[in-house]
Write a new protein. Sequence first.
Length: 623
Amino acid sequence: MTFSITYYQIEITALSSYEEKEEQFLEQVSDLRGRFMNSISPGGLAGDRRTVVPGSGFPFSTQQIWKVIKENKDLDLPAHKVMVATVRCEEIASEKLRELAESEEWRTLESDSNTAIIPGFGKKLNNMLSQHLNRYDTEVVFFDEAVRTAKRQDLLKKTLEMLYPSYQAMLMHHRNKAFENFKKDLESDSSDDRGFAAKVRHYSQLCFTDFSQGSSDASVQIAGWNDIKVREKLQRDIDTHATALQTEKLAKIAGDYEERLEKALGDPVSSLLESANPDAWLSVKELFVHETSSAAVDLSAVLIGFELKEQEEQKFIINLKRTGRQIIEKKAREEANQALMHMKERFNQVFAYGPDTLPRVWTGKEDIKDITRKGRMQAVKHLSILAVLRLEGNDYDHIDSALNSLVNDAGDYECEGEVAPGMSGSSVLASNTWEGVSASDTLITPVQCRGLWRQFNRETEYTISQAIAAQEASKRNSSWLPPPWAIVAMMFLGFNEFMMLLRNPLYLVVVFVLFLLGRAVWVQLNVEQEFQHGFLAGAISVSAKLLPTIMNFLKRLAEESQQTINNVNRNDVSSMTSGNYTRADSPRQTPVKEMSSFTESLGDAHKDRDERLTYRHAAKIPS
């Protein structure tokens, strides 16, 4: 027995409205007719068997369908026209939004808005948006009003989201323009008719006026956008720039007043400390109070235009006074670093110059010990002034006493073996701090003062010894007369020539050697005999024999020297050979007889030639 199974497929197709979309309805009907006609082909009504239900299962399938319908009988399904309006309005809205995004007018406007300000930007954008919405309204006029209104709001929202960046860029352009004008006007205004704060308020108002005009030009009426965020950003930028510019101007003003204090305090303070008068620090303090008070008054007058708070203004005044104190401290430390040099200058001023400021001449009547003590006292006073910064008005007598003990230790008391008064200063100078003086006010510590004093004594010791030597020499010179030979020499030579010989004794040796050589040449040439034939003949004869005589004389001396050296060498060799080491004989001197025989032989050699020369000259020169 064979059972046949039949399968059925139920498919429901919804067609478009014939009244509203006739062409689409006809297309769908034609497509459906084709599917009936070709039902057994793939995709046809009978050909696609993949999801069919067997005929025997149709009752069960129907029961399930009705079961689902009963379970969902409370669903409030929308009306057919609402569903159609929803779908079509969404499609139309998407189409209009795409057309707007692809339009050439919008692309040009968007591109230009990113680069510069577009005059009438808001009006252009408003017209474009109105036309865009009108085209939508025209196409959805026959659909359900509630649906098309809701979809219109969605379209407007999406369109505004697309247009908002261009509007925001245009606002930023107007904001930048207004802010640049504000900076330019504020920085270029150099008038003194109003203060800095008033200028900021004035140009801020102008800036917001310009921005409001630009924002109004870029406003889109349909969108209802506002410029609150951009306006707040502009306000923050103005405040930031004004604060930065105010800080810069205040720093420049403070720098100018600090430079003014530097000029007013720097050189005068250095001069006062270098002079080291007893009231030097009192003068420095008076100068400090006067200059800082004057500068503070002028600074307060300048700060009025900035409308600062009282605490901020007082901070500037305090910083100005602190700067003045730092300038004084800086100059004082510079002078303290040169304390040793100043101490030597003060000492030399007392030691090397008299009360009339003329250089002191040590004649033997001066009390060098007393002068040295006075010079050291002046040096110690200078050191005491440079030891600490004395601007607080405290008592600094213990510092002066401790430093004065240095002079007492080196003075008469030390020489006599007595205990100097104020010896407690020695323990004070062994510390690293001064009693009652802070570290910031300390310029030279006690230990450093002791070290400077020792170095000062070492470097001035030579000056004192020179003065003592000059005084002793002056005493000797005032009681002694030159020896007789010096008096005779000065009578013959003159004082200047005699002093020259005393300063250069080598000249005497040279003159003596030249005298011996001249005497030997005189004897060998027999000058007296040559000049007996006449002055001219004698001069010619002597000049002709002078060079050969000198050469022979030098040759003879060289031979004698060489012979002496050879004799010494032979004696040394013989003594070394025999094993007896004896002292060599002294060099043999040329005897006077040999020198005279040498002269006679030289005279005989030239006798004939001299006679011929004498005869010729005698014949030419009348007697």
